[in-house]
Design a binder for this molecule. Structure first.
Ligand SMILES: [Zn+2]
Length: 284
């Protein structure tokens, strides 16, 4: 798939979600829209530049390597194309689940991924707000995916389109009718599910790692759907002061001594009494 087609599809999806967020907000925003857009789009522009300089050329190189050589799972297993695509989609999404979980569990990776999480609000612009070092590190992971799986360019870019579109969707602040979202959440990660992942409660942030498919959290027992959105404070407690979210401080944060992430500046932790209902039922 051509990069321009991908970019055009992304712009259309983003525009529709942006309008829907204004019309039907899911969570009440804390910061003024223009101020937060300025911060997140600046951070996103740097990340995008680094992605263009690292992720794209390295992935293209890996795709051309696997095209020429018997390298990777799908070069050894010769499967009918529909089955190969299905398996490739599942394995790509499962490995992104592991990568996201590693970004929370490995301290060096969390230093950088944390910058995405300490956004005090969660909306479409959060989907683009990643520290540029996290993007550069993800280039290595993507090269590993392509070479270990032996992926063709077609399936890789088709998955990438779904991955990016759903990343925009599940970060968005769009309120869907709960019945509609529960139905969608059977097959994809949705805004309420991912909203719980951006909670200031540590146990909630350490759940719902899925990107496209919600099943990996169920299988790995990291699913937590029973937290209502109105009860969620978005962010990371130790980085919740307005100055933490200034672009310079935010880009420098991973290189400085790390704070006790899950405690507020006054030392208290953000806790929640036991949520009601089973963790597998999506709350309003
Ligand atoms: Zn995360």
């Amino acid at each position: 798939m051509r990069p321009l087609t991908l970019a055009a599809a992304g712009v259309v999806v983003a525009l529709l979600l942006f309008l829907a967020e204004r019309r039907w907000p899911l969570r009440r925003p804390r910061a003024a829209l223009l101020a937060r857009l300025a911060v997140n789009l600046l951070v996103a522009a740097i990340a995008l530049g680094v992605a263009a300089a690292t992720v794209r050329p390295l992935v293209l190189r890996a795709l051309s390597l696997t095209a020429d050589r018997p390298l990777g799972l799908f070069r050894w297993l010769v499967l009918p194309p529909p089955l190969e695509w299905l398996l490739a989609f599942l394995l790509l999404d499962l490995s992104f689940y592991w990568w996201h979980r590693a970004n929370h569990r490995i301290p060096l990776l969390w230093r950088f991924h944390n910058v995405h999480h300490f956004d005090p609000d969660l909306d479409l612009s959060t989907a683009l707000r990643f520290h540029f070092v996290e993007i550069a590190l993800s280039a290595g992971f993507r090269v590993a995916q392509v070479t270990v799986l032996g992926l063709g360019a077609g399936v890789y870019w088709a998955y990438e389109l779904c991955f990016q579109a759903n990343t925009l969707f599940h970060h968005s602040n769009v309120r869907l009718p709960i019945g509609v979202e529960r139905a969608l959440n059977r097959v994809m990660v949705t805004p309420r599910m991912h909203g719980i992942h951006h909670s200031q409660v540590e146990a909630e942030a350490m759940s719902n790692y899925g990107v496209l498919l919600p099943w990996w959290d169920r299988i790995h027992r990291t699913l937590r759907l029973n937290v209502p959105q109105h009860a969620i404070e978005i962010g990371v407690p130790a980085y919740s002061q307005p100055e933490d979210n200034h672009p310079g401080n935010l880009l420098a944060a991973p290189f400085l001594t790390q704070r006790d992430y899950w405690r507020r500046p006054d030392g208290s932790a953000v806790e929640r009494p036991q949520a009601s209902g089973p963790a597998t039922d999506l709350a309003e």
